[in-house]
Design a protein around this ligand. Structure first.
Ligand code: ADP
Ligand code: MG
Length: 660
């Protein structure tokens, strides 16, 4: 770890992955339009409707994975370094972006049962816990959350109450977070897998058609890894790495998905997060934009750090090889190509406030102190009782050497309590047998003893509870070789290392090749000296041809972009027309069927809550208990007054549900 930079500027890593032709595509006889050059990291896409002579378009990425690529190829080469960074305290994000059916879920999750087909998320579980089990002098705490963004609403996939919609909040220190999102502390691969399966089940239960649902929602699996270690300064430091594993909604143009009934409204909302993602990326790479529209959607707000901020980010663009998805594939490639230019500023998150690990450590110390106090009490009393016994002529049988560890402590405690109980029972029996006592007195003494026994029992229970809590908390703090043990043998370790080395080498080779290609073009001019005029003409003609082809490609690209722009504009116009039509209808209803004074009353009570992006009603009578809520409301509600009627109509027309 030493010597590695702890912060710096680095570009988003973008890789492309093409799935094999599906059986359906093969049966339908679609031709292949994608070619991948794995060595160079390039994807070429050929327009099936191209005019003769039209060149395929070529895109270069950090790496490309063809149909024969294995899940571990992608992981070892591209993902592993990022997870290693997260384990060191960096934030990391992996996005899968692409059209529905191109392999986003396959890449992120994969086929669960087949070890060969397990995706990034399950492999990362193994990676994380193996790393921890091999660590030395470090304490780790790992926890996981799972959420989904559907129709711009955040759903906690691990919560009991699935109807609760979560809110995004902002903390000036830690940034944007989700209020009340549940997270589970996990001690090993099995536990975190369980968390993931739980969330996946919830996800599919909530939807009638899982395919459709997953193509419209964004799923985010979040792993937080906290690590504490004593630094060179002798102080203990905590580093926190957050890992976002994101399976995005399908990137296909929504118009393809049918436009009847409820669809357009729903579709346009999903579009919002994805198009906001596109806009954020454009603004980031534009260089001129001073405003990055993170706030335009839940997804971009939540992943603000991953795009141009404090995180290392990978985007996996997934593609289908067949001709029928040419348009979508090209659009995915362009999207990914733009994302390459995003620069992030990742840094190790050291000693942030409010880490759960610190909380755990403090709680453990507190519990331990409490247990010790009880244990100490026990020891003192035992000694006195032992002395008494010795005086009585009995031999002391307890072991003298007392354990300092918790197990010993607990045993001491147990023995002491047992002993005390026996003694009390004995005394009780003695009282019972004592015929010299008046029955009233006897009763009183017996009751006293009963109470003492009861108190003892309660104390025992409380101690047991404390001990259980202490043990549970301590077991969650993972210490390599102690609470979590590495089960891989030497041979497996060697294999792992070799695989990583090969992956690293492949990556370096590709980077060098890409660089050489770039330099080749730049230095062509300098290297050339001509022996004759004839040769100079020949070489320059060749170069001219090359440049001419490049010019044509750029021209075609501009034309494409222009066409795309027009299509998007038409789409937006269409959506606008539809909304205007609906607006007119609602307006007609309001004007003709709602009495004007009722309408005015409603309008005056409405205000817009920017945080929740909702129109809301002011309560008729402000209640005392709600005073804090009242304070948060814009006092300038009057300032909203004029536009309110207009906005309110729009809101009603668009089907917002103001909350009462
Ligand atoms: P998405 O999540 O993008 O909608 P899926 O991950 O569900 O797409 O993939 C669609 C289908 O293609 C699935 O049956 C999946 O198993 C298969 N598939 C996707 N990528 C690959 C790949 N790289 N190799 C083999 N099969 C793949
Ligand atoms: Mg999917």
């Amino acid at each position: 770890m030493a010597g590695k930079p702890r912060s710096g500027c680095e570009a988003l890593r973008v890789v492309a992955r093409c799935r094999p032709m599906s059986r359906r595509e093969e049966a339908a006889g679609y031709e292949r339009v994608l070619e991948l050059d794995v060595k160079l990291g390039q994807v070429s896409i050929r327009n099936p409707r191209a005019a003769p002579g039209e060149m395929p378009k070529t895109f270069t990425f950090d790496a490309v994975y063809d149909a024969s690529s294995k899940q571990t190829d992608l992981y070892d080469e591209t993902v592993r370094p990022l997870i290693d960074s997260v384990l060191q305290g960096f934030n990391g994000t992996i996005f899968a972006y692409g059209q529905t059916g191109t392999g986003k879920t396959y890449t992120m999750q994969g086929a669960w049962g087949d070890p060969e087909k397990r995706g990034i998320i399950p492999i990362s579980f193994e990676h994380i816990f193996t790393h921890i089990s091999r660590s030395q002098n470090q304490q780790y705490l790992v926890r996981a959350s799972y959420l989904e963004i559907y129709q711009e609403e955040i759903r906690d996939l691990l919560a009991k109450d699935q109807n609760k919609k979560l809110e995004l909040k902002e903390n000036p220190e830690t940034g944007v977070y989700i209020k009340d999102l549940s997270s589970f502390v996990t001690k090993n691969v099995k536990e975190i897998e369980h968390v993931m399966n739980l969330g996946s089940q919830t996800r599919s239960v909530g939807s009638t058609n899982m395919n459709e649902h997953s193509s419209r929602s964004h799923a985010i699996f979040l792993i937080t890894i906290e690590c504490s270690e004593t630094g060179p300064d002798g102080e203990e430091h905590i580093r926190v790495g957050k890992l976002n594993l994101v399976d995005l909604a399908g990137s296909e143009r929504q118009s393809k998905m049918g436009t009847h009934g409820e669809r357009p409204k729903e579709a346009s909302k999903i579009n919002l997060s994805l198009s906001a993602l596109g806009n954020v990326i454009s603004a980031l790479v534009d260089g001129k934009s001073t405003h990055i529209p993170y706030r335009d959607s839940k997804l971009t707000r939540l992943l603000q750090d991953s795009l141009g901020g404090n995180a290392k980010t990978i985007m996996v663009a997934t593609l289908g090889p067949a001709s029928h998805s040419y348009d979508e594939s090209l659009s995915t490639l362009r999207f990914a190509n733009r994302a390459k230019n995003i620069k992030n500023k990742p840094r190790v998150n050291e000693d942030p406030k409010d880490t759960l690990l610190r909380e755990f450590q403090e709680e453990i110390v507190r519990l331990k102190a409490q247990l010790e106090k009880r244990g100490m009490l026990g020891k003192k009393r035992r000694r006195s009782s032992r002395r008494k016994k010795t005086v009585d002529g009995e031999s002391a049988t307890e072991n003298e050497g007392e354990d300092d560890n918790e197990d010993g402590l607990e045993k001491n405690m147990e023995n002491y309590l047992k002993e005390q109980k026996e003694r009390l029972e004995e005394e009780k029996a003695a009282i019972q047998d004592d015929h010299s006592l008046v029955s009233e007195e006897k009763q009183k003494l017996l009751q006293e003893k009963e109470k003492m026994i009861e108190d003892l029992r309660k104390e025992q229970e409380a101690t047991e509870l404390l001990a259980t809590k202490y043990k549970a908390m301590e077991s969650k703090l993972l210490i390599g070789g102690r609470t979590i043990v590495d089960h891989t043998n030497e041979q497996q370790k060697m294999l792992e290392l070799k695989r990583q080395e090969i992956a690293e080498q492949k990556r370096r080779e590709r980077e060098m090749q890409q660089e050489m290609l770039l330099r080749d073009e730049e230095t062509m001019e300098l290297r050339e000296t001509y022996t004759s005029l004839q040769q100079e003409v020949e070489i320059k003609t060749k170069k001219l041809k090359k440049l001419y082809a490049k010019l044509q490609a750029v021209k075609a690209e501009i034309q494409d972009q222009h066409d795309e722009y027009i299509r998007v504009r038409q789409d937006l116009e269409e959506a606008q027309n539809e909304q205007t039509r609906e607006l007119k209808l609602k307006y007609l209803i309001i004007e003709n069927f709602i009495p004007p004074e009722e309408k005015n009353k409603i309008m005056n009570r409405l205000y817009f809550d920017g945080d929740e992006d909702q129109w809301k009603f002011q309560p008729l009578v402000p209640t005392g208990g709600n005073s804090s809520q009242m304070k948060r409301r814009p006092t300038s509600a009057v300032g909203y007054k004029r536009p309110i009627s207009q906005f309110a109509r729009v809101a009603m027309a668009m089907g917002s549900h103001p909350r009462y």
